[in-house]
Design a protein around this ligand. Structure first.
Ligand code: PEP
Ligand code: MN
Length: 270
């Protein structure tokens, strides 16, 4: 079924400054769903940095189901991320929602996040082939593994080999959780490709209490790292508060992942 894919043998370890994604070290990407204010992002960044994270997440352009929901701070959010990077030394991952904003977001981001809803935006994928910045391609919530890998090939075949895959859950008949995190897919894409794979148990479950167990599960089946939502005060989050970890939850998660990492011959840099 997947014999036509060329993603096998593409660059395996992606370097983002001194952070190596896809090697023996697990990569921790964490931060709020959206950049909301200077205080919020700086507080989140300090906590992520102090607890072993390497990459700060935070959306400045948000894909919201309702047009009436908070859409992100736009360029102001990117500037705040840059300030957080300056202060902490963390690298930044943030979403490009629209081809129109690619140049702008690329001026700030260390990794460009392509969201689930844009996984099959082929015009955008082709443009991502023309930049050098690593791209983290989230799986479409209703996309098969083959479709996901073909989307990765769009970016690679247009000139950018630095693609990281991210499993973030798919929509199934189950409504008890926000999505169903596809652990099969992680093990499968590790078998089929040489691309690094990151697991997102925040969107994969939609529920704070499930983030820790599913993060551990993802690392156990071969993920190269995690991306998780952490908010200084999840109750007041403008986006995805129910699935955001508190700073204390994040600290415990890192402790737990350290044990799992050893069991799968990987290391956490804490
Ligand atoms: C996010 O990371 O906040 C996000 C919107 O993710 P996804 O594209 O997976 O829904
Ligand atoms: Mn989110």
């Amino acid at each position: 079924m997947l014999k036509d894919l060329k993603v096998k043998n593409h660059k395996q370890i992606i370097e983002v400054g001194d952070v190596k994604i896809g090697g023996d070290e697990l990569v921790i990407m964490a931060g709020p769903c959206a950049v909301e204010s200077r205080e919020q992002i700086l507080e989140a960044a300090e906590h992520v940095k102090a607890n072993g994270g390497q990459i700060l997440r935070g959306g400045a352009f948000k894909p919201r189901t309702s047009p009436y929901s908070f859409q992100g701070l736009g360029e102001e959010g990117l500037k705040l991320l840059a300030e957080a990077r300056e202060r902490t030394g963390l690298k930044i991952i943030t979403e490009v929602l629209d081809s129109e904003d690619l140049e702008l977001v690329d001026n700030y981001a260390d990794i460009l996040q392509i969201g689930s809803r844009n996984m099959q935006n082929y015009g955008l994928l082709k443009k991502l082939g023309k930049v050098d910045t690593p791209v983290m391609l989230k799986r479409g919530y209703a996309a098969t593994v083959k479709e996901w890998l073909l989307s990765a090939e769009y970016v690679i075949s247009h000139g950018n080999p630095n693609v990281i895959l991210c499993e973030r859950g798919i929509r199934t008949f189950e409504t008890a959780t926000r999505n169903t995190l596809d652990l099969n897919a992680i093990a499968l894409v590790k078998e089929l490709t040489d691309l690094p794979v990151i697991i997102d148990p925040s969107h994969g479950t939609g529920k704070r209490s499930l983030v820790n167990p599913l993060a551990k599960a993802g690392i156990s089946v071969g993920a190269d790292g995690i991306i998780v939502e952490v908010h200084p005060n999840p109750e007041e989050a403008l986006c995805d508060g129910e699935q955001s970890l508190t700073p204390n939850d994040f600290t415990s998660l890192i402790d737990d992942l350290d044990k799992v990492a050893k069991a799968v011959d990987k290391r956490l840099i804490i």
